[in-house]
Design a protein around this ligand. Structure first.
Ligand code: TYM
Length: 335
């Protein structure tokens, strides 16, 4: 049997619903790539602990995130879809990787710097500082070849590569060095109200975020109210027309059409028509996913069972890598 190359990716269970950036920037790629790669997808609940959480809500968000993976097309019999904390090797390898990371190197991560700037030094935990080493552990445990992510995760994957190379050079080869895979246009979807800022699950205002599980009427209303410009022509220009360009990228991603063809279709027509059609495209895409996710969530015991079976499969791969790493760094084996 030919072994397929490996793929790894994950999302934080940091909201009740995924947003359209997660869907277009990540999940749509995952769904395609699971066919040709041996794929591992985790719900990274340990990562989510770097933000304040209500414990019961975190459990619920973890299930909801897993349900949306499946509803969005991830097949838990083909890909391995599991919850990060169910596989203890992640936290164990993270420790090893923190010992290989320079403190200054960790502090240079853009996401860390942004969060410190946003919340203040005292509110930012050490967990936030060592977060990229946990992400590196996720990826490296599975001998991953490619990591499909949005643009914002690129620097973390670069660090992962550096750590893999550093470990391999120092102790002997234990890790595959992974490549990030980032879609050029759809790797960054912007907030509908603030189209120069990345759309994010933790956005301050809800009006600019399109949630996968939102009521369709709410989704349509948010699109109709999206910020555009006064020029009135549906034309792609990131600098001069960030709002319209973002909507065009979403339209193209969900329909599989090219942006110039969409521009032609709306030539001489106003933003109203364009937004109305886009709202229909998004609602039609989301509606069946939402329905499937809600159906899966109606039977949490079955969902938990699927996650447990998948965690067992993940653990086999992860534990083999961890045992090799422990040997290589010189930890005495338990007799
Ligand atoms: P997270 O949970 O913030 O986001 C999940 C995925 O969605 C992508 N994404 C976007 N893509 C396009 N436009 C946007 N506005 C947008 N917002 C989010 C993210 O790039 C990501 O691919 N640290 C990671 C989770 C993680 C991980 C991993 C990923 C942990 N371990 C191992 C890959 C491999 C994160 O917080 O993603």
């Amino acid at each position: 049997m030919v072994t397929r190359p490996r793929l790894y990716s994950g999302m934080q269970p940091s909201a009740d619903s995924l947003q359209i950036g997660n869907y277009i920037g990540a999940l749509m790629q995952w769904r395609e790539l699971q066919q040709s790669y041996q794929a591992f997808f985790s719900v990274v609940d340990l990562h989510a602990l770097t933000q304040p959480n209500d414990p019961a809500e975190l459990r619920e968000k973890t299930r909801r995130t897993a349900a949306q993976y499946i509803a969005g097309g991830i097949e838990p019999s083909r890909a391995t879809l599991y919850v990060q904390s169910h596989v203890p090797a992640h936290a164990e390898l993270q420790w090893i990787l923190t010992t290989l990371t320079g403190e200054g190197e960790a502090r240079r991560m853009t996401q860390y710097k942004d969060k410190v700037a946003r919340y203040g030094k005292d509110a930012a935990s050490v967990g936030l500082l060592v977060y990229p080493m946990l992400m590196a552990a996720d990826i490296l445990l599975y001998q991953t070849d490619i990591v499909p992510v949005g643009e914002d995760q690129k620097q973390h994957v670069e660090l992962t590569r550096d750590l893999a190379e550093r470990f391999n050079a120092r102790y002997g080869r234990a890790f595959t060095v992974p490549m990030p895979v980032i879609q050029r246009e759809t790797g960054r979807i912007y907030d509908l109200q603030n189209p120069t800022a990345k759309m994010s699950k933790s956005a301050e205002s809800d009006a600019g975020v399109l949630w996968l599980l939102d009521d369709p009427a709410v989704t349509a209303k948010k699109i109709m109210r999206a910020v555009t410009d006064s020029e009135g022509s549906v034309r792609y220009d990131r600098q001069a027309k960030p709002g319209v360009s973002n909507l065009l990228v979403i339209y193209a991603a969900l329909t599989g059409r090219q942006i110039p063809a969409i521009e032609d279709e709306y030539a001489g027509r106003g933003y109203g028509d364009f937004k109305k059609d886009l709202a229909e495209v998004v609602v039609n895409e989301f509606a069946p996913v939402r329905e499937r996710a809600l159906a899966l969530l109606a039977d949490p015991a079955e969902l938990d069972r699927v996650l447990a079976v998948n965690a067992g499969r993940a653990e086999e791969v992860a534990n083999a890598t961890l045992a090799d790493v422990y040997d290589k760094v010189g930890l005495l084996r338990r007799a």
